[in-house]
Design a protein around this ligand. Structure first.
Ligand code: GAL
Length: 665
């Protein structure tokens, strides 16, 4: 018996050492990052990572050297791989791709199980590649991260080159996002009162002798009647619509009392009409066709948008109906006049209709030979086009750089600015006030957009309805915030809420942003004094979308006449943004941006999304002393009187948006 036991023990010992030997000798292989393909798990804020080519589809090239293998990513991007603890090391190179017109600063990082393993340090286009070779011993998950470096330039093309992982196991791409916990589209704002409430901005600017079109914008039951006391000579108001039209000859500041009455009551509001050299004294609010209809926009769709704006949104301050690209005919007339295509049979009639609804009309073009969508641009026809638009009754122009880069290749500020000055001069020669939007987010445009005569300038590339894109765009706007002033706005692009097109113009879908993300989006844009251009199909808005767009207290933050720059504070749980308001109050937004953007375990997903994130602000930061009143803007509800610190909890990717008013001013 004893011998049998000893024999069994010996057999077991031999067997286990064989297993160990086997384990020790597990074959190590090299797996290249590009061999894993372009996984849908990878996330970046523009385009998608490309295998063996740059994000633009050109050969991977850094500092003049072409590489065969790698991933062409973007900044910001996140690539998370499951190594199952079986990898030994990773080596490779990282660098900014040469093929990039608007490059800024970026940084590559490799993170293993939440610990930083390697960082490239700040890099730029033209720098030589930086090498890495780091141990992955015991690491379960590795993250290849590319970050912005705070210069506000978000066009960086980030190449991971010849990346090779030595492992005895598998390497599997895994998602960095939690699977979204489906939350109802919950409505925070109480229904507007049946009695009239005038929602006009407190200040409005036009130039002398230009066609004037504004009106009393009031929510409440219809029928409603309107009056205005103190209108400057030259203007008159239609008492049944509240539309104010005419021309004012005399420059000056006019205090006008607007009055709206219905069977439930009367509301009065004093506003300042400034007839001088400035227009758009508060950020333009309206609709743009691009994010729902793309190039398929047509006359009917625009009329429908105008009808909806008039019926549902005008009462809250929305009044621009803007056609983006896709209206232009393929050829000019024989005398060089720009024409509309068959989708717009008669522009003059369309604009007359839009104006008859008390609304303003916007159009789109490019300083290049063609627009971004490949239609005719205004190159060498600037004055002629401005005159055509004057005749049609255009009130707003979005002017997108695009193919001008074929005319002038260098990307110097002055070169990009030049054609905008040409168009501004042309617009100044016509007898209309035309808001001028310097399009297509050239880097640092906020340094020269105003001097080019812009009323607003796109500070970013195109937005999409994904949280990583909305935050990548929105959260860096502090870099340019100081350029904001009455009549001059940073434009972080359109509002991606409601029903949008996928690839703009097709496959209509509900915004991919969660309800909390949509509350955050509108709150942040209001804090930024951003032009508010709705991107969705106005004919198909649900109650939630309407609620987002018709909260007069939130809109009043965007339209605050001080147009004071917004400031950002980073906290453990997210970001706090604040701006000063004309009455000495502050608007403050507490945002849970993305502390768990990289989910190391999908099991955490539910927990993370259902958590509440804690924020606090000390009134000293706002320069306030003594007691303050805090009001929740989305709920339109007073939260109470606070002494020095206000605390709040915020849902995942959500916001608490408040107005803080000192009691002793
Ligand atoms: C893009 C622009 C979009 C849209 C499009 C039209 O460059 O950023 O907002 O206007 O052109 O082609």
């Amino acid at each position: 018996m004893k011998y049998i036991k000893i024999m069994i023990l010996a057999i077991l010992m031999i067997a286990s050492s064989v297993v160990m030997l086997f384990a020790k000798d597990k074959v190590l292989t090299q797996i290249r990052l590009d061999e894993l393909g372009a996984s849908p798990c990878y996330i970046q804020d523009w385009g998608s990572p490309q295998v063996n080519q740059s994000v633009l589809g050109t050969p991977l090239t850094v500092n003049g050297v072409v590489y065969k293998h790698g991933l062409g990513a973007h900044s910001i991007s996140r690539i998370l791989l499951d190594l199952n603890g079986e990898a030994k090391s990773v080596s490779g190179l990282a660098g900014a791709d040469d093929n990039n017109m608007y490059a800024g600063k970026l940084q590559f990082k490799i993170i293993g199980d939440r610990k930083l393993l390697w960082s490239s340090g700040v890099m730029r286009k033209g720098d030589a590649v930086r090498k890495f070779n780091v141990s992955l011993f015991g690491i379960k998950k590795v993250l290849f991260l590319v970050e912005e470096c705070g210069d506000g330039i978000m066009y960086d093309h980030a190449d991971w080159l010849d990346v090779s992982i030595v492992t005895s196991g598998k390497v599997v791409p895994i998602p960095v996002w939690p699977k979204s916990v489906i939350k109802n589209k919950y409505i925070l704002t109480p229904k507007a009162s049946e009695a009239p409430k005038i929602n006009n901005s407190l200040v409005y600017g036009e130039r002398p002798d230009k066609p004037f079109l504004w009106g009393i914008m009031a929510s409440g039951d219809r029928p409603m009647s309107f009056k205005a006391i103190g209108l400057p000579t030259g203007l008159s108001m239609d008492p049944s619509t509240g539309f104010i039209r005419g021309k004012v000859e005399q420059e000056g500041d006019y205090k006008v009392v607007l009055i709206a009455s219905n069977s439930k009551g009367t509301d009065k509001k004093e506003v300042l009409m400034k007839i001088g050299d400035k227009i758009a004294l508060t950020p333009p609010m309206g609709w743009n066709s691009w994010n729902c209809w793309g190039l398929t926009v047509d006359d009917q769709k625009v009329r429908e948008a105008a009808r909806m704006m008039h019926d549902k949104l005008y009462a809250y301050g929305w009044n621009y109906v803007n056609i983006d690209d896709g209206w232009e005919a393929a050829q000019r007339s024989s005398d060089g006049e720009i024409l509309s295509n068959e989708k717009f049979p008669n522009f003059k009639e369309l604009t007359d209709y839009i104006h008859s609804q008390g609304l303003k009309f916007g159009i789109y073009s490019s300083p290049g030979r063609t627009t971004c969508g490949g239609h005719l641009g205004s190159y060498q026809h600037e004055l002629a086009d401005a005159r055509t638009w004057e005749h049609w009754g255009v009130d707003y122009l979005k002017y997108d750089h695009c193919s001008y880069s074929e005319i002038q290749e260098n990307a110097e500020e002055k070169t990009i600015q030049a054609p905008y000055i040409v168009m501004r001069d042309a617009l100044n020669k016509v007898n209309r006030d035309i808001v001028f939007c310097v399009g297509y987010g050239a880097p640092d445009v906020w340094n020269w957009g105003k001097a080019a005569g812009g009323n607003q300038w796109r500070t970013t590339r195109d937005i999409t309805d994904e949280w990583n894109v909305v935050t990548a765009i929105g959260c860096f706007q502090d870099v340019c915030a100081s350029a904001t002033a009455p009549g001059s706005y940073n434009d972080p692009d359109m509002l991606v809420i409601g029903k949008l097109g996928k690839g703009w113009g097709s496959r209509m879908h509900d915004s991919y942003l969660t309800p909390d993300e949509q509350y955050s989006h509108i709150s942040l844009w209001s804090l930024l004094s951003a032009p508010m251009l709705i991107g969705c199909d106005l004919g198909d808005m649900d109650d939630f979308t309407l609620n987002l767009l018709t909260n007069s207290e939130v809109i009043a933050i965007d339209q605050d006449p001080l147009v004071s720059p917004a400031h950002k504070i980073l906290t453990k749980e997210g970001q706090i943004w604040y701006k000063k308001l004309y009455d000495g109050s502050y608007a403050v937004g507490f945002f849970n941006v993305d502390p768990y953007f990289v989910l190391w375990n999908q099991e955490e997903a539910q927990k993370v999304q259902e958590a509440q994130y804690r924020f606090a602000i000390d009134m000293k930061i706002l320069g306030l002393q003594g007691k303050v009143k805090v009001r929740d803007l989305w709920r339109q509800k007073d939260l109470g009187i606070y002494d020095s610190v206000f605390r709040t909890q915020v849902p995942y990717h959500g916001v608490t948006f408040v107005k803080i008013t000192p009691l002793n001013k």
